[in-house]
Design a protein around this ligand. Structure first.
Ligand SMILES: Nc1nc2c(c(=O)[nH]1)N[C@H]1C(S)=C(S)[C@@H](COP(=O)(O)OP(=O)(O)OC[C@H]3O[C@@H](n4cnc5c(=O)[nH]c(N)nc54)[C@H](O)[C@@H]3O)O[C@H]1N2
Ligand SMILES: Nc1nc2c(c(=O)[nH]1)N[C@H]1C(S)=C(S)[C@@H](COP(=O)(O)OP(=O)(O)OC[C@H]3O[C@@H](n4cnc5c(=O)[nH]c(N)nc54)[C@H](O)[C@@H]3O)O[C@H]1N2
Ligand code: SF4
Ligand SMILES: [Mo]
Length: 725
């Protein structure tokens, strides 16, 4: 039987609405929904190719256990949970709950129930050792607001802004934010056509830079200096919003002092950009009426990521880029709670130095979470508190974590390693004692709550209109399939360990005041995913049932909500002169400029359109142009090294060396190599670079050049040299 239903793509955080053609319940074609008012029919190859992912030969429809000889045996999910629960109990009895850690990777975000239930389970066993990919991604996005404070009413939105600053973020390819992730290419094009002046800071002429009014193409890793330079121009020329600053901002003198060394000429020389362009960027940003600013993975993975994110917030606050009293609230909430904010600051809060203490390199819990880069050493280092068991949830530690050699050693040292995955590819699952076969995103209900809550993550994230969608499963399972949702695994092992689960904090509850909410699980009768969705949406502005009744998704307008004036006597201010950040600015201005002379190139991070980190690499249709991750370089650099497209080189940093296949890309500045992550062969079973690509994580060290709070190592702007094979 053929039919067509509405669905939600969950291959990335954009959560595009899709139309799924099916044959007997099995997807045969996925296209965008051109009638959707927010996405206008957008999809990408990663989403459309899910038709080849649900029944891919690598797909797991049964959990697997790795035997002592390295072979794999299929086991039922019930048996896998029995055995895992038993082993966990023993580990906790012998070593205490801290010996158990979780790592949440990419595929936790689009599954609303996973994070609350896995956290409830960790709370129940008494372990704080919860790690996520956030601390190897954009940890500055969580650290900076803690140091600066937040604006209750949120930022001005992209839709009516006349300037927008994108720093090392490329939403046209990544659909991650910066430009809201609903059809970002069209959004950016339309905005420029209506007069928006886009400013891009990126060493590469990206798809977004093609639309820029000013494109600063700096030496990588100089973003903090560039933003300090822009702030200095704005302060010197009095281009800031004096009324807003007077009422809501503190620390202006400290900031002015810290940016003083960053004259246009100094920044131009450091970052190797024209001084006039820097001044133009500063004036363009400050003189526009409305605007926003977003940084992405590029600067967050380069040194000084927290500072870059912090200076962006300072720039926003100096220019009053926040919603003011009396303005209409663009998104008053749909599945999440009603949002009726005031035009006032929330004071800064501690960014680090509390909660769980790690045994390595002095890390504590922090606004971004625990340092994932320290987890391998927490596993390898003997002594009290040593981590013995790790559960990876929709992640791929072996391919994604910095310093692959150490990661490999650590994963092999575990007493119990469990991966929750949909497929078994040449990756972490090969090392896992149990791989729990999970439902594909098309096989379970979906809703857009995570994307809605993303607006709290940064400027240019989430929905700027009250849009929502709920979709029932869009693909049936084959007969005999034994797959679980990630949250069901945690429920299952909790039940076997005879512990009760309770959700105490859910991201969708955090903005409500009054009585704290709780969701206590019935440990006898398992709830279903829809019941959990209902609990997470409890208190939402629009009932989940209403959203369910419109399966194609829509904008749920209600009565207009306006930002209210600040409470009388409100004292909280946005802090632009944080002492740690100002001291970091001062020290950057003093650092030697020639310390990397032996490493003349800088290797930077990038996303590839056709794959999502490691996901998609086993689909020949997604890899039809290239099977590997090219080392993209400026054509003149290739010429001067005597290289041509397709030649193999070696790329060496201070900490490691990888092979690379070079390819010319006109838009890359000279001296830069742009290369994507999550490639490379199984390190224990090396294969040809033209087949597997190479793993750039081998170029980073988790011991040197790491951020003191998030632990993120230098994963972009890495000093490297090019060697002939
Ligand atoms: N050097 C360097 N390192 C990096 C980066 C970089 O730019 N440079 N980027 C960093 C960033 S931003 C991130 S977020 C991390 C990514 O780090 P991870 O999240 O650890 O890596 P992924 O490859 O995204 O892992 C996804 C895994 O989930 C599986 N999967 C796919 N779909 C599903 C599903 O629906 N359910 C479940 N349960 N599993 C599924 C895939 O098979 C795969 O094994 O890597 C980081 N590492
Ligand atoms: N197609 C696709 N989409 C994805 C992913 C994917 O793998 N493929 N991954 C997803 C994930 S996990 C994430 S976190 C997001 C990330 O989303 P983004 O942060 O937008 O990631 P990129 O597209 O790599 O954009 C980062 C940009 O930073 C630039 N850059 C690198 N180093 C520097 C630097 O030192 N300074 C400056 N100014 N720029 C620099 C790079 O040239 C690149 O253009 O994307 C998500 N979306
Ligand atoms: S942008 Fe993301 S959500 Fe949209 S179709 Fe592509 S993978 Fe799916
Ligand atoms: Mo990421």
């Amino acid at each position: 039987m053929q039919d067509t239903i509405h669905g939600i793509c969950r291959s990335c955080a954009a959560m595009c609405p899709i139309i799924v053609d099916r044959e007997d319940g099995l997807p045969t074609r996925i296209i965008g929904d051109k009638h959707n008012p927010v996405y206008w029919g957008y999809t990408c190859i990663k989403g459309r190719e899910m038709v080849n992912q649900v029944r891919h030969p690598d797909r797991l429809f049964s959990s697997i256990r790795r035997e002592k000889d390295g072979s794999f045996t299929p086991v039922s999910s019930a048996q896998a949970m029995d055995e895992v629960a038993q082993k966990l109990k023993r580990i906790i009895d012998e070593h205490g709950p801290r010996a158990v850690a979780t790592y949440a990777g990419t595929y936790i975000f689009t599954y609303p129930a996973t994070q609350p239930v896995s956290t409830a389970w960790m709370n129940a066993i008494g372990s704080n050792m919860m790690f996520t990919s956030n601390t190897i991604d954009q940890p500055g996005k969580s650290i900076a607001p803690a140091l600066h404070g937040t604006w209750q009413a949120g930022p001005q939105v992209f839709d009516d802004a006349d300037t927008w600053l994108l720093v090392g973020v490329n939403p046209i390819v990544a659909h991650s934010g910066g430009v809201p992730n609903q059809n970002p290419a069209k959004r950016l094009k339309d905005a420029v056509e209506r007069g928006m002046k886009v400013i891009v800071i990126d060493p590469r002429r990206t798809e977004c830079a093609d639309r820029a009014f000013v494109h600063l193409q700096p030496k990588p890793g100089e973003d903090a200096a560039i933003l300090a330079g822009m702030i200095r121009v704005i302060l010197k020329e009095s281009l800031f919003d004096a009324d807003f600053a007077q009422a809501n901002v503190q620390g202006m003198e400290a900031l002015a002092q810290a940016v003083e060394p960053y004259t246009p000429d100094y920044v131009a020389a450091r970052a190797q950009i024209p001084a006039d362009d820097l001044v133009l960027a500063a004036r363009t940003y400050a003189q526009a009426k409305r605007g926003g600013a977003t940084a992405g993975t590029g600067p967050n993975m380069a040194p000084h990521g927290n500072l870059t994110e912090y200076l962006l917030l300072c720039l926003m606050s100096l220019c009053g880029r926040w919603l003011k009293a009396g303005e209409r609230v663009p998104n008053p909430g749909v599945l999440g709670p009603s949002f009726a904010p005031r035009a006032q600051a929330n004071a800064p809060w501690p960014a680090w130095g509390y909660g769980e203490k790690l045994r390595v390199r002095g890390f504590t819990d922090a606004a971004c979470g625990l340092a994932t880069s320290a987890l391998p050493d927490e596993i390898l280092m003997p002594g009290e508190g040593q981590v013995k068991a790790l559960i990876s949830i929709g992640g791929n530690p072996l391919m994604a974590w910095p310093d692959q050699n150490k990661t490999l050693k650590a994963l092999k040292a575990l007493e119990l390693f469990v991966c929750l995955d949909i497929q078994k590819v040449h990756n972490s699952c090969h090392l896992a004692d149990y791989t729990i076969a999970c439902k594909h995103s098309l096989e379970s209900p979906a809703m857009t709550l995570p994307n809605e809550m993303l607006s709290y993550f940064g400027t240019g994230f989430g929905f700027s209109v009250p849009y929502a969608q709920y979709a029932p499963p869009a693909a049936v399972l084959p007969e005999g399939a034994d797959v679980v949702e990630e949250w069901e695994f945690f429920y299952g092992i909790a039940k076997r360990m005879q512990i009760a689960l309770e959700i105490k904090v859910a991201y969708s509850w955090t903005t409500t005041s009054g009585e704290p909410r709780r969701y206590r699980f019935d440990m006898e009768n398992k709830p279903d995913t829809d019941e959990l969705f209902a609990a997470l949406c409890d208190g939402g502005r629009v009932p989940l049932a209403t959203v369910k009744s419109e399966p194609q998704g829509r904008v749920f307008e209600g009565e207009d909500v306006f930002v209210e004036a600040a409470e009388a006597g409100r004292e909280a201010r946005l802090q632009v002169g944080d002492a740690t950040m100002c001291a970091e600015l001062t020290s950057i201005a003093q650092e030697a400029q020639d310390k990397d002379a032996d490493f003349p190139f800088r290797l930077i991070s990038r996303r590839l359109h056709h794959v999502m980190n490691t996901t998609g690499r086993n689909n020949p249709r997604q890899m039809r142009k290239q099977r590997y991750n090219p080392a993209y370089m400026n054509p003149a650099d290739l010429l001067s090294l005597g290289l041509k497209d397709g030649d193999e080189v070696r790329i060496a940093s201070r900490y490691g060396e990888i092979p690379g296949i070079v390819e010319a890309e006109d838009g890359i500045r000279s001296g830069v190599i742009s290369m994507s992550h999550c490639f490379g062969p199984d390190p224990e079973n090396p294969g040809p670079v033209r087949e597997f690509g190479s793993n750039v994580a081998l170029l980073s060290s988790v011991e040197h050049e790491v951020d003191p709070y998030s632990g993120i190592p230098r994963m972009s702007a890495i000093p490297v040299r090019v060697l002939m094979p």
